[in-house]
Design a protein around this ligand. Structure first.
Ligand code: ATP
Length: 683
């Protein structure tokens, strides 16, 4: 709140500035004006100096405008809106660059004419050195919103003005320019400054959103109803959780400087991760999330991001070796998010096919097959349930191919609105349609030129586009929408789906010709419950992705894991381990208490056959009941021999089903099933 002026300073002020002192402005304000006057005196400015009528020449003004084109673009609509609020008040809205040169103005014609008499026109510099104390120049010096009213202006010629100016800062705290409303001093209104400050914030927020339009943006406030208003804090976050941009409200609310904020991560600031936010806010219906900020202050936050881009980044944030790629995918559109911080980003680890081999026989077979077609120009179709690692496999194929240094471009056909897939894939020419990016865009297929195009959820591609895609694949040329010119393109194609494409073909929902075009080699990734390498996978995730080398599973958790059906496959395992590792902190082993509640709930709610088996130590009695210790009798059926082999393996592994399944190269599920059936048959 402004402090009332003391009687002593007010008396002095009344003598020096009779008009301004009638407003009873706070003492702090008077102090800033006095300091400005002292600066003007110190550099020898004259109060009666003739106003400088010599603006920049047309060429220099064009150069200044070009240099500040981005500022102008963000500010112009806000200036129009601001002017709508003050129209008819004999005022004008002025935008200056960081040197105080006016680059744009809008205002009442009458007042513009008056203003031009004191050179308040584009191309003229209104820094303090040039024009003495004035809101623009003084705001640039003090870097705070500044009012300079009537005879507070240093030069007499400007005493008829009242000016309210606010600096505009970029997300790193650098001054971009100044927004100002200037009018006849008789039209002074105390609300003008509030309008100018809000408008400057609006420009800053536009700038931030534009700078980080491909980043994850957090919109937060202590009061949930303030999210989406000018009061909200905005933070820009990289795929690996670093904070790279903030608006003023964010700094104010968190009580941190820009430099201090850059030392923080999403986890240290709000105790959450990029993966958790992306998972939650990919739904348009997601409600704000309650979090605790530094010092325990409560905030509500909402995350915004471009889902097609972040659908890959989610995994990058969660999985090893993919961060770098995600950043590369984000980099072209992001302007310059705190380069000093960016440069310290860890180098991406390479994840090739070998990384995916953790001892499961089915996985090994898949990897063997794809290795054989590497660099053979054979399209690969990856089938498998959600979360089985289809995209990870696609990236690994790319990494191990001769195209590794070229782009890997992933398109999730299910997550892009149907109306946008065509433009997204094939690109469009300038003016092809009245969309947000009227300038045209390069489609994903051309972005992948020389590299690999990964079409995830290909089963969700709309039928009409299937024909278009088929044409591109056959002709190896892309014609962007609205263009007549076909551009040659060279891409390796990998597709994935969890759908039954054959059934879709029968239902005429998928083109048979496209199916054969895409299906050079079809491989099916096993569901996690079918895999025999759960323990090795757990170890790999704890050692690598989660970086919790010191952790291991308790026997109880191992049994729970072994018996669980894992409907979300490796993705679910990954998430459970990531949470458990955080909960366990420095403690080892991971116990039931460290497991996330939703996982434990799920375990309770769906006691699958395998879970029962885990809960009832089935293998031991079965093994104990084993009829033959020295080998199967010659008269045994094939089925019985199989069961016998399983029993032996379980026995030799000391009852450890995971170990037995690994040795046998069959899944834990199969072991439980076969042993249970054999029990039932014999009872
Ligand atoms: N072998 C593996 N080792 C470590 N992490 C893995 C492995 N396979 C998958 N993951 C992790 O599981 C998650 C899901 O993987 P991915 O996105 O490749 O699955 P997907 O089959 O493509 O899923 P969706 O069908 O839902 O798109 C990722 O976080 C990935 O890092």
């Amino acid at each position: 709140m402004p402090q009332p002026a003391t009687s002593r300073s007010r008396r002095a002020d009344e003598l020096a500035r009779p008009i301004a002192s009638s407003l009873a402005l706070p003492e702090q304000h008077v102090g800033l004006i006095d300091q400005s006057h002292e600066r003007c005196q110190a550099i020898g400015l004259s109060r009666i100096e003739r106003p400088d009528y010599a603006p920049l020449g047309r060429t220099d003004l064009t150069v200044a405008r070009d240099r500040n084109r981005r500022l102008h673009c963000h500010a112009a609509p806000v200036m129009e809106m601001l002017f709508d609020q003050i129209v008819g008040t004999e005022s004008m809205v002025v935008l200056c660059d960081a040197t105080g040169t006016i680059i744009h103005s809008v205002g009442d014609d009458d007042f513009l004419a008056k203003a031009s008499k004191v050179a308040l026109t584009p191309g003229v510099n209104w820094s303090e050195q040039a024009k003495g104390t004035n809101a623009i120049g003084t705001a640039l010096v003090d870097e705070v919103p500044t009012l300079v009213h009537a005879d507070e202006h240093y030069m007499h010629a400007n005493h008829f003005l009242t000016c309210s100016a606010a600096p505009i800062l970029d997300p790193r705290g650098n001054i971009l320019g100044v927004l100002d409303v200037t009018g006849d001093h008789r039209s002074y209104h105390q609300h003008t400054m509030a309008l100018v400050k809000m408008s400057a914030r609006m420009i800053e927020n536009h700038w931030l959103s534009d700078d980080f339009r491909n980043a994850l943006r957090l919109h937060f406030h202590g009061r949930v109803e303030f999210i989406g208003t000018l009061m909200e804090g905005i933070l820009a976050v990289t795929p690996d959780g670093r904070i790279v941009g903030a608006n003023r409200s964010a700094l104010d609310q968190l009580g941190l400087s820009g430099a201090a904020l850059r030392m923080q991560s999403l986890v240290s600031l709000f105790g959450t991760t990029v993966g958790a936010l992306v998972d939650r806010f990919r739904s348009p219906l997601a409600t704000p999330m309650a979090v605790k900020g530094p010092g325990g202050a409560g905030f509500h936050l909402h995350a915004r991001f471009d889902w097609p881009v972040w659908s890959h980044v989610t995994d990058a944030a969660m999985g090893a070796g993919r961060r770098g790629e995600a950043v590369v995918e984000l980099a072209p559109a992001a302007a310059s998010p705190l380069p000093s911080v960016e440069s310290t980003a860890p180098a991406p680890a390479a994840v090739g096919l070998a990384h995916l081999d953790t001892g499961d026989a089915q996985m090994a077979s898949v990897l063997g097959k794809v290795r054989r077609v590497l660099d053979r120009d054979i399209p690969v179709l990856i089938l498998g349930e959600t979360g089985t690692g289809k995209e990870l496999l696609a990236r690994a194929i790319h990494r191990d191919s001769a195209r590794a240094k070229q782009p890997f471009v992933a398109v999730n056909c299910a997550s892009i609105p149907e109306t946008l897939i065509e433009a997204e894939l094939f690109g469009y020419e300038e003016g092809a349609f009245t969309g947000a990016r009227r300038k045209g865009a390069v489609g994903k297929i051309l972005q992948a030129d020389g590299g690999t195009l990964f079409l995830d959820e290909i089963g969700d591609m709309p039928l009409p586009l299937q024909a278009h895609l088929l044409r591109v694949l056959q002709e190896r040329r892309v014609t962007p929408l609205g263009s007549t010119k076909a551009v040659p393109v060279d891409v390796a194609i990998i597709c994935a789906t969890h759908r039954d494409l054959r059934a879709m073909i029968d239902a005429r929902a998928f083109r048979e010709d496209l199916y054969y075009r895409l299906n050079g080699l079809a491989v099916r990734l096993p569901a996690l419950r079918e895999r025999s390498d759960l323990s090795a996978l757990v170890r790999r995730i704890l050692d690598g992705d989660v970086q919790a080398r010191h952790l291991r599973l308790s026997a109880e958790v191992q049994a729970l894991f072994d018996g669980y059906a894992w409907p979300g496959n490796v993705r679910q395992l990954f998430n459970v381990l990531r949470t458990a590792a955080v909960m366990a902190g420095g403690e080892s082993p991971i116990t039931r208490e460290h497991l996330p509640d939703d996982f434990l709930d799920d375990l309770r709610q769906r006691p699958p056959a395998t879970a029962e088996a885990a809960a009832v130590p089935a293998p031991a009695p079965v093994v104990a009941a084993s009829p033959a210790a020295d080998g199967p009798p010659a008269t045994m059926s094939l089925e019985a021999m199989e069961v016998e082999a399983i029993r032996r393996a379980v026995e030799q592994a000391g009852g450890n089903i995971s170990e037995a399944s690994k040795r046998l190269g069959i899944s834990r599920n199969t072991i439980y099933r076969k042993l249970r059936w054999s029990q039932r048959d014999s009872s």
